[in-house]
Design a protein around this ligand. Structure first.
Ligand code: GTP
Ligand code: MG
Length: 243
């Protein structure tokens, strides 16, 4: 996930390929008398749709940055190492709707996709992941929709991370909206495994043998043991500010 999210202020920012998909999502009317105006209407609708997720990401990201700064000042502790994010591309949105056998519409996208806005938080220690979760969910403007704890319950692949789907309110020019954001929290070690496995297996169109899958899962177990040991070393040297 590179830091790709940006506020799109102009319809001209969309590529020709994206425009074709946006026409489908926004229900382009082939019989509209003014085809150029109809295309503009579709691009505008998509622009407004996408920016809601950009705005929600910015709010959550700011909350996380404030936490990071305050922990540094009050406890001299780096509660998180980095924050990364992305907004799901038009192509991925359409791909996921197709996978779910749903018509390509903006209404379907906002109703069933909870990871259009995605934020990834990388921590040094496992305990920090849960502390960030607690602090974030204690905020008035953030409510939990769904949590998947793949640290306590790793995926069969060996994948570990804490996934939160939260909802945050975005105050717009003409209305207030609740917008979902997916937050993935993981340690540096978990992130390095996930990054490699993503290419080697998760997104590998050819698949991999059971033996390779097992080896990858073994690597994840070793990494998890190391995380636990590093956590213990940290605790023995510095204790915890909250203890
Ligand atoms: P997606 O359609 O990929 O978004 O999955 P999902 O909506 O069923 O949700 P899930 O919680 O399974 O996964 C969400 C995200 O977690 C994925 O997009 C990946 O970024 C990450 N992820 C989940 N499982 C794995 C895995 O086995 N390996 C790796 N590398 N990443 C994973
Ligand atoms: Mg996803």
């Amino acid at each position: 996930m590179s830091d790709k999210y940006r506020v799109v202020l102009a319809k001209e920012d969309f590529s020709p390929d994206e425009c074709e998909l946006i026409k489908q999502l926004a229900g382009f009317d082939e019989n509209a008398p003014d085809q150029k105006a109809e295309l503009d209407r579709c691009l505008y609708d998509y622009l407004v749709f996408q920016n809601n997720y950009v705005f929600a990401s910015k709010k959550i990201r700011t909350d996380l940055e404030i936490l990071e700064l305050d922990y540094r000042v009050k406890y001299e502790h780096r509660i998180l190492k980095s924050i990364d994010g992305r907004i799901k591309s038009v192509k991925s949105i359409c791909g996921k709707l197709e996978k779910k056998n749903l018509p390509l519409t903006l209404a379907n996208a906002s109703a069933v996709l909870s990871d259009i806005a995605g934020i990834r938080v990388i921590c040094h220690y496992m305990r920090d992941i849960y502390e960030i979760k607690e602090r974030l969910l204690a905020q008035d403007n953030v409510s939990l929709i769904k949590m998947a704890d793949y640290i306590q319950n790793p995926k069969p692949s060996g994948y570990r991370s804490l996934h939160l789907i939260v909802s945050t309110s975005v105050h717009l020019a003409n209305q207030n909206l609740e917008v979902p954001v997916e937050i993935q929290l993981r340690t540096v070690a978990m992130d390095s495994w996930a990054g490699l496995e993503h290419v080697l297996k998760y997104k590998n169109p050819n698949g991999v043998s059971d033996e390779i899958s097992e080896q990858l899962s073994d690597c994840a177990d070793v990494i998890s043991d190391t995380d636990a040991k590093m956590q213990e070393i940290y605790r023995s040297l510095f204790g915890r500010h909250s203890e």
